[in-house]
Design a protein around this ligand. Sequence first.
Ligand SMILES: [Zn+2]
Length: 121
Amino acid sequence: MKERDGEGRFIKVSLETRFWEKVEVKNENDCWNWLGWKVRGYGRIKRNGVKELAHRISYSIHFGHIPERKCVLHTCDNPSCVNPNHLWIGTHQENMTDRGRKGRTKNGRSKEKFDLSTKRF
Ligand SMILES: [Zn+2]
């Protein structure tokens, strides 16, 4: 979206402004759902024409730079949540461990579902 200043020139709307337009802000302990564009549940926003994950943008707005090769993870397991209180920095490995602990790996519950569906044939 573009806005004009008093003389009719376009003003570049900052990433932060565009970000907050798409967030359902609630109490600090609630999930703040992303209302904009999503891919596989994760909020997406463009920064300088590059697609970025909305929760990563949220993290960098609130806490600053995300270290290289680090993931921004959710404590709430809600991929569309951008509440900074629900975000933490971890490695890809920590993310996998976290998922495993919560029973969401490929060897967990989803395999059971697969077995059930194959029995019908
Ligand atoms: Zn959340």
